[in-house]
Ligand binder design. Structure first.
Ligand code: SF4
Length: 303
């Protein structure tokens, strides 16, 4: 590990090669969108990051469907990434159909399911456990959109579940042998460094294997975009340097074994209203590295 435990090194150590996520859209929604909890969606969300996802109904995908940024990736080096909205928010039989077809597809080394902890019930857990046993040569990861461990912020952003729901879900997934990756947003409204560090410490205390960290992005179609249009000054959006510094400190407070899957935003550029520096991902990563070097920080060194 140079400054943080990066995904591609971990993939090579664990699977002997790099693997590439293929975003899939299985036509789900979320309980914060369909009225079960609310109708607004989380206030930062413009639709579950599914802009580039392939509509998936269990069909056999071709290599042409999976072309990754023009690279020639061999079959078997892909991850079926159920990305759009909440991918366990459907009856168990439908989930079984979708996940089984993806696991049975020789193109995929495993599947990665983005969801919410309040949408993984006992039946869903049992299904994941059964699939893990039925496909021992494939992996199943679950990505949980926590964003923050601070419940007051979670309420402000309309997340719709409390931290203890997340905590219980992570423990249950770990007991079922499922790898858990957690999404965190730095620079949420009214959150400071200490709140972000508290989130890192919360993850450290749980059987979490991976984290995706990103800056707050104002995306067209989100509730925040409307607020931003009315009053851009109401958002104390980070400059690139502020974000890089915040990331550096947060990584210093993150357990050393947690794999860092992402350190920038991954959304659809055409939806991005602010901050626009977020599209220069390599620059952001280089700056985080530079600050860590300058301040003698490595992942976990500030714990
Ligand atoms: S962040 Fe996730 S749970 Fe919240 S509205 Fe978007 S897709 Fe749904």
């Amino acid at each position: 590990m140079e400054y943080w435990r990066d995904l591609s090194s971990w993939l090579k150590e664990t699977y002997g090669r790099r693997l590439y996520r293929v975003p899939l859209d299985a036509g789900m929604t979320c309980p914060v969108r369909d009225g079960t909890i609310s109708r607004t969606g989380c206030t930062f969300c413009a639709g579950g990051s599914g802009s580039f996802a392939i509509r998936y109904e269990g069909q056999k995908l071709s290599m042409e469907d999976l072309i990754y940024n023009g690279q020639n990736v061999p079959a078997g080096d892909y991850i079926g990434y159920f990305q759009a909205y909440t991918n366990t928010y459907a009856p168990a039989e439908r989930l079984r159909f979708l996940f089984e077809h993806a696991l049975a597809d020789p193109l995929f080394a495993g599947i990665d399911i983005a969801t919410r902890p309040d949408c993984i019930d006992a039946e869903c857990l049992q299904l994941l456990q059964q699939l893990k046993e039925a496909y021992p040569h494939k992996f199943i990861w679950v990505e949980l959109g926590l964003q923050t461990a601070v419940d007051a912020t979670a309420e402000t952003i309309g997340r719709g579940y409390s931290y203890d729901v997340f905590e219980t879900c992570v423990q249950r997934l770990a007991e079922a042998g499922i790898c858990v990756i957690v999404h965190v947003i730095l620079s949420l409204p009214e959150e400071g460094l200490q709140d972000n560090i508290a989130t890192m410490h919360a993850l450290n205390a749980l059987p979490v294997q991976g984290v995706k960290i990103q800056m707050l992005q104002i995306l067209k179609g989100s509730v925040m975009a409307e607020e931003y249009r009315r009053d851009p000054d109401a958002f104390a959006l980070f400059s690139e340097k502020e974000y890089a510094e915040r990331c550096a400190y947060c990584l210093g407070h993150l357990r050393r074994d947690i794999v860092v899957h992402r350190l920038t935003g991954d959304g659809d550029r055409s939806l991005l209203l602010a901050p626009l520096w977020g599209v220069a991902k390599t620059q952001v990563i280089n700056d985080i590295r530079h600050i860590m070097k300058e301040k003698h920080i490595t992942q976990g060194s500030l714990l």
